[in-house]
Design a protein around this ligand. Structure first.
Ligand code: BDP
Length: 668
């Protein structure tokens, strides 16, 4: 495979969180198996020990890596570690488990932990999967880290250092990847392309990473030349059956398909008068003999469907219980679209007889691209731990206790040397993997681990950086979309504020005004029982709580209500006061981050120090732009005062939208 960029690993952060520490102990190693995964294990351990001595007999060794453990505490690809300076024992039931155990051991070593007693670690989700929105032409939809790591000019051409990707994923337990965009090009299933996909699958297999493909529902017609792609048509079924056979002949451990159907103009079963279930089950039947699965997305809406936030629920609830057992419905965390803050999608908990999984977004499409420091673990935890009140379950619990369990996120990788376009954005990839393994880890714990592995072990620095990370998402919400506002961004590339946007003839449900409804009488989308009644999709007591502006959590109040500008909150502030306060607080937070960051010179590497310094300047400027653009625009309706001097005028805010983001400029 060709190299896409000259990318010798230079800066520490190009190596992601894989900077493990050399061990001085004279361990003698013993490995139970000889296979490709154990080759990876040996390689990892060789790189941190001056000489890797192995013993032929287990009894003679002091560092054991076993994949034949009988330990009943171990489940699936889980592991148990016992270690001190003299002896290390990493036990698993599978080679993958042994690999995960080795990575856990290396992570703990790096953070100075040498004594580990009976550490049992079992994964919570079976499938821990990245979704790459990479296109065969090499572009990446909503990618802010350069071009594709998989494709170039219509062909597979992966990064020459793809091993780093594989190691990074395996080190946090990510075991699956969809390499192409959900807006799938039928060409992905061409025989020539599949040969390339096989080379990817072969490279990732030793790391226990399975390849999946996003497929276009009209492939039988678009690629196969059939007259139709109707899922009940015999020729269509035959076409898929043969295609699946071709795939498994090349890739015996192929994972399955991810499908975006009848959504945003993509084809789907409804084009032929069939249902999502007809479409998903047809594909599932073709995959079933090989153990493959279908991840069918619930991200659907259309301009005629009424309140967009209600549509996925309206379309999918009638199909509850109608999907085959190798189908899992992939639901975005919120009911609209990866906004800085949304309530959870009401499908979680409501679909009781259907396997469901969450889809998160690591790439910062709506959160400042790879230019803003925005640590997402806090947002994902808020989502996972939210009570749905369906059988007393949290969102997380509604995705467990089913035959198939999975957790997915849209990746933020690209061919930039540091993979994610920003060292701080790497933390979100890391956090996703850690939460997929164990959603009960705290955001703080994950941040600390990542900082230790990537930036520094200096205690004071760790505290300061972790504090910035933990506050960062709320800061972004504050300066972009506080109080439940959403979808105010630049309408096409989703960069910067554009709440004023009105494109004649464009889809109404893509326009910010559809979402914020700013007018002389107030602000916000009335989704209460007097409005679109989206609240009815939630279980009591959430329904009544969201329905009443006095009881509705403040962070969602404009998501569910249209309130007058002088509406008074319990704290005595009017809606306008609160808006101004939150927008400005977001900006002040970024200033505070800058102040702390300047004290870290010498505590992190110079390249990292400089990169974050530079990006925080960009973030501050864009936070001010968001604050000013939104407040100046809303002020045209509220006619109320902004109690400070804005940095930008309204005209300047509009003009700035016609420039390019910092990360985009790096690509030129
Ligand atoms: C939206 C993105 C669009 C994706 C779509 C999806 O703007 O590029 O294709 O989600 O998830 O957020 O299908």
């Amino acid at each position: 495979m060709l190299t896409l960029l000259p990318m010798l690993a230079t800066a520490q952060s190009d190596n992601l969180w894989l900077n493990f520490k050399t061990m001085q102990e004279p361990y003698v190693f013993y490995f139970t198996s000889k296979n490709a995964t154990f080759d990876v294990i040996r390689k990892e351990l060789s790189s941190v020990t001056p000489n890797l001595y192995t013993a032929k007999k287990q009894e003679k060794a002091s560092f054991l890596v076993l994949d034949n453990s009988q330990n009943p505490a171990i489940q699936g690809d889980g592991f148990v570690i016992n270690a001190d300076e003299k002896n290390v024992k990493i036990e698993a039931k599978t080679s993958a488990g042994a690999l995960y155990g080795v990575y856990e051991f290396l992570r703990r070593r790096k953070t100075g932990e040498t004594v580990i007693k009976d550490l049992v670690s079992n994964h919570v989700y079976q499938i821990r999967i990245l979704n790459h929105w990479d296109n065969p032409d090499g572009s990446v939809e909503r990618g802010y880290a350069g071009k594709s790591i998989w494709f170039q000019d219509g062909k597979i051409n992966f990064r020459s250092d793809i091993e780093t990707y594989a190691r990074a994923n395996a080190s946090v337990g990510i075991n699956a990847t969809v390499i192409d965009n959900v807006n799938a090009d039928p060409k992905i299933l061409s025989s020539q392309m599949l040969q390339g996909v096989k080379t990817v699958a072969d490279r990732l297999r030793p790391y226990n990473i399975k390849v999946y493909l996003a497929v276009n529902f009209s492939s039988p017609a678009a690629l196969g030349g059939l007259k139709t792609s109707d899922p009940l048509d015999k020729d269509v079924i035959d076409w898929w059956t043969k295609k699946v056979k071709e795939i498994y002949t090349l890739i015996p451990n192929f994972g399955g398909f991810l499908v975006k159907a009848n959504s945003e103009g993509l084809p789907g079963p409804m084009d032929f008068g069939r249902t999502h279930a007809d479409g998903a089950n047809m594909l599932a039947k073709a995959l079933k003999p090989y153990g493959g699965i279908v991840m069918w997305r619930a991200f659907v809406y259309n301009p005629q469907g009424g309140d967009r936030a209600k549509q996925a629920y309206d379309e999918f609830m009638p199909l509850d219980g109608k999907f085959d057992d190798n189908v899992i419905i992939q639901i975005k965390n919120g009911p609209v679209d990866f906004q800085p803050r949304e309530p959870f999608s009401p499908l979680f908990g409501a679909m009781k007889n259907t396997q469901i999984m969450a889809e998160l977004q690591i790439t910062q499409e709506y959160l400042g691209y790879s230019d803003h420091l925005c640590y997402l673990a806090t947002m994902w935890k808020e989502f996972l731990d939210y009570p749905t009140y369906h059988n007393g379950k949290t969102v997380k619990e509604t995705t467990l206790n089913q035959k198939l369990t999975a957790f997915s996120a849209v990746a933020n990788t690209g061919n930039m040397k540091n993979w994610c376009g920003y060292v701080m954005a790497q933390s979100n990839w890391y956090a996703f993997g850690r939460l997929a393994w164990n959603p009960d880890l705290t955001s703080q714990q994950i941040a600390k681990e990542w900082i230790n592995l990537t930036l520094t072990n200096d205690e004071d620095a760790v505290k300061k950086i972790s504090n910035i990370m933990l506050r960062s998402r709320e800061a972004v919400v504050d300066y972009m979309t506080p109080l439940g506002l959403h979808h105010l961004m630049g309408w096409s590339d989703h960069w910067g504020p554009e709440p004023w946007c009105a494109i004649p003839g464009a889809r109404e449900d893509w326009m910010p005004r559809y979402y914020h409804k700013a007018a002389a009488d107030g602000l916000g989308f009335n989704r209460s029982s007097t409005g679109s009644n989206a609240v009815e999709q939630y279980q009591e007591p959430l329904k009544s709580m969201f329905d009443n502006p006095k009881l509705c959590p403040k962070e969602f109040v404009l998501w569910f209500h249209h309130l007058p500008w002088d509406y008074t909150f319990d704290n005595g502030n009017t809606l306008w006061d609160e808006l101004v306060y939150h927008y400005d607080k977001g900006v002040k937070e970024v200033e505070a981050f800058q102040n702390v960051w300047t004290t870290l010179k010498g505590k992190v590497s110079d390249p990292v120090f400089n990169e974050v310094t530079e990006k925080l300047k960009v973030q501050l400027d864009e936070a001010q732009w968001w604050r000013d653009g939104c407040l100046l625009y809303f002020q045209t309706f509220s006619k109320m005062d902004i109690p400070f001097k804005t940095k930008y005028t309204f005209e300047e805010c509009k003009a700035k939208l016609r420039t390019k983001s910092y990360i985009e400029r790096q690509k030129d």
